[in-house]
Design a protein around this ligand. Structure first.
Ligand SMILES: Cc1cc2nc3c(=O)[nH]c(=O)nc-3n(C[C@H](O)[C@H](O)[C@H](O)COP(=O)(O)OP(=O)(O)OC[C@H]3O[C@@H](n4cnc5c(N)ncnc54)[C@H](O)[C@@H]3O)c2cc1C
Length: 229
C-alpha cells in the first residue's frame, strides 16, 4: 500500500463483512505450510522446498497433538475495519500485535455501523442473541440512525467550541467504525478462530473470523483440511 493511500479503503485481498459496512484484508504473510514442516523437522537437520505426502501427515500430527510451536513461524498481518465493540472483543487476544487509527489525531471518515438485521436477546444464554420476528426492524434502525446523527452533531459542536479531539470523542458511540492493523502467528490465530468462529461468539466478530479463514485457506490447504475449514 502506498503511504498516501487512505487506510479506510480495503486492500486488494479482502473480504467484505457486516453487509458491506466492514471488511478485513490480508496485507502481509510470512511463511507457508512448508515453513511449518521445516520448523518441525529442523531437529533432523533437514530442509524441504515443497511439501510431500509425509509432510501432509506431519502437519496433521502437529495440529491434532497441539504441537503448536512450528505453526508460530507463519505470520499474518490483517487490516480490519470494524465497529468499536468488535475491536474491544478482538483486542482481548493478547498474542496479536495491534496498531489502530487514533481519534486523537483525526476527525475524518467517521462512520457508524447499523446492523442489517436486529436480533433479540436469547432467553437461555445471557451472552447470546437470536433472529426475531417481534422487532420492528425499520423503526429500531431509525432509532440507531437518529442516535448516530445526534452523537456526531455533539462531537462537531464540541470541536467547533474549541474542545480537543481526545475529549470530544467521548460522545461517540460503540458502533463507530475503526480501523486497525493486527499481526499474529498461525498457532495463535488458530486459537483465536476456535474462540471467535464459534456459536458462543457474537455474530458480528464471527463474520470476521469466517472471513479470516477464507483469506488464509488458499495458502494453507492442508491446515484448513485438518481443522475442517
Ligand atoms: C464467547 C466469549 C465470551 C467472552 N466473554 C467475556 C466477558 O464477558 N468478559 C470478559 O472480560 N471477557 C470475555 N471474553 C474474553 C475472554 O475471557 C478472553 O480474554 C479472550 O477470549 C482471549 O482469550 P485468551 O486469553 O485465550 O487469548 P490470548 O490473550 O490471545 O492468549 C492466548 C493464550 O496465551 C496465554 N496467555 C496470554 N497472556 C497470558 C498471561 N498474561 N498469563 C498467562 N497466560 C497467558 C494463555 O494460554 C492464553 O489462552 C469472552 C471471550 C469469548 C470467546
Amino acid at each position: 500500500m502506498a503511504s498516501s493511500e487512505n487506510v479506510n479503503v480495503p486492500p486488494p485481498n479482502h473480504v467484505m463483512v457486516l453487509d458491506g459496512q466492514g471488511w478485513i484484508g490480508l496485507v502481509d504473510q510470512m511463511g507457508t505450510e512448508t515453513t511449518v514442516v521445516n520448523a518441525a523437522r529442523v531437529s533432523f537437520g533437514k530442509l524441504k522446498k515443497e511439501m510431500d505426502q509425509r509432510d501432509v501427515v506431519l502437519v496433521k500430527y502437529l495440529i491434532e497433538n497441539h504441537h503448536t510451536s512450528p505453526l508460530e513461524h507463519v505470520v499474518f498481518t490483517f487490516l480490519v475495519h470494524c465497529p468499536l465493540f468488535v475491536r474491544s472483543q478482538w483486542h482481548r487476544h493478547r498474542t496479536w500485535s495491534y496498531n489502530e487509527i487514533s481519534r486523537r489525531y483525526t476527525q475524518e471518515d467517521l462512520e457508524f455501523f447499523v446492523p442489517a438485521e436486529l436480533r433479540e436477546q436469547s432467553e437461555s444464554d445471557r451472552q447470546a442473541s437470536k433472529a426475531s420476528d417481534k422487532i420492528d426492524q425499520e423503526a429500531c434502525k431509525a432509532i440507531i440512525r437518529e442516535q448516530n446523527a445526534a452523537a456526531f452533531a455533539a462531537y462537531e459542536k464540541l470541536l467547533d467550541a474549541g474542545v480537543c479531539r481526545e475529549q470530544a470523542r467521548g460522545v461517540l458511540p460503540q458502533n463507530m467504525m475503526t480501523t486497525f492493523w493486527g499481526t499474529v502467528d498461525l498457532g495463535n490465530l488458530i486459537k483465536f478462530l476456535e474462540l471467535r468462529d464459534s456459536p458462543h461468539a457474537q455474530v458480528e466478530i464471527r463474520e470476521y473470523a469466517t472471513a479470516i479463514k477464507q483469506l488464509i485457506k488458499p495458502s494453507l490447504p492442508h491446515v484448513a483440511e485438518v481443522l475442517g475449514w
